[in-house]
Design a protein around this ligand. Structure first.
Ligand code: PMV
Length: 308
């Protein structure tokens, strides 16, 4: 039996704008997905046919890895699906790692590239930030230009993303899951339509890009108040882009009384919000009292790991 685990992620700044080539900042979190693979006489995932739609990413990943002999796959994930915590990217990366790991050591650059292609195939438009974060761990800056600590670059439809590692200080983040499962693909398409039809929306996308760079500086300088205010503004812009949800606003408002700032994270439309706080227990209670499922999460430096 070969296995691989990969972390979930939070987008701190820049979701949606990153699909248009603007910068975005993410961090891996200490909630992981694990996938185990062993030879079998038919393709099964958790004992079910691998064609079951819930295993779309797993199936696409084994195909991408070029595996032809059937496998019994076991998928374990601490990441709620459709929650904005990068569950599909973590499962995709862990599947690729488990399949490649059976043949020897894993090459993170190759896995990140293949995982991005799987996301594109299953979800439609995407940026490589989720899949790179699940592969490399730590904090990731996706940017339109090459900077220091470059991991790799990826291209799609004439757009190129440079993926970098960034160092962030320890910080307390609380996630609030709305419980509303919102698939990413249609939300990304909705923003595309808005930007195509409304010049103002293009400016919101650019402002989110500027916020990401300012947010990175504020976090690195431990200027939590500035970082929180930037999160609040980012949330407002994401609402203008049409990816908000009344429950997200409710959780964000509940979190703000005990935090520096809060915003939706990931694709939106439901999914989750995050708050930057120095009172994580109180913020988590506030989110729970407003009807959210609260998790206190920590940054995870480790990316994809082969499991014995
Ligand atoms: O739905 P999530 O958490 O995987 O986040 C998607 C982030 C987007 O910027 C909306 C899309 C992308 O591929 O970057």
């Amino acid at each position: 039996m070969a296995g691989c685990s990969a972390p979930g992620k939070l987008i701190l700044f820049g979701e949606h704008a990153v699909v248009f080539g603007e910068p975005a900042l993410s961090t891996a979190v200490d909630l992981r997905a694990e996938v185990y693979a062993r030879p079998h006489d038919e393709w099964l995932a958790d004992g079910r046919p691998i064609d079951d739609p819930r295993y779309a990413y797993v199936k696409a990943a084994v195909e991408k890895a070029g595996e032809t002999s059937p496998l019994w796959l076991e998928v374990r994930s601490a990441l709620p699906e459709g929650s904005g915590l990068g569950s599909s990217a973590a499962v995709t990366v862990a599947t690729l790692g488990a399949v490649h790991g059976r043949r020897g050591s894993i090459d993170p650059g190759k896995i990140a590239r293949e995982a991005f292609e799987v996301e594109l195939a299953v979800q439609g438009r995407a940026s490589p930030i989720d899949t790179t974060t699940a592969t490399a761990g730590g904090a990731i800056l996706a940017a339109p230009d090459k900077e220091d600590n470059l991991l790799w670059s990826m291209e799609r439809d004439g757009r190129r993303w440079f993926l970098h590692h960034r160092k962030l200080p320890a910080m307390d983040l609380v996630v609030g899951f709305t419980g509303v499962n919102a698939p990413t693909g249609p939300l990304v398409a909705k923003v595309r339509d808005l930007v195509d039809g409304k010049p103002e929306a293009r400016r919101w996308i650019e402002e989110i890009g500027d916020i990401t760079i300012q947010g990175l500086r504020a976090l690195q300088g431990k200027d939590w108040k500035v970082a929180g205010a930037l999160m609040d503004r980012d949330h407002e812009l994401l609402n203008k882009l049409g990816v908000g949800h009344p429950l997200l606003d409710k959780l964000v408002v509940a979190a703000r009384s005990t935090s520096f700032g809060a915003k939706l994270t990931g694709a939106g439309g439901g999914g989750s919000m995050i708050a930057l706080t120095d009172r994580p227990e109180e913020t988590a209670s506030g989110i729970a009292a407003a009807g959210g499922r609260a998790f206190i999460v920590h940054a995870e430096p480790r990316g994809a790991m082969v499991l014995p």
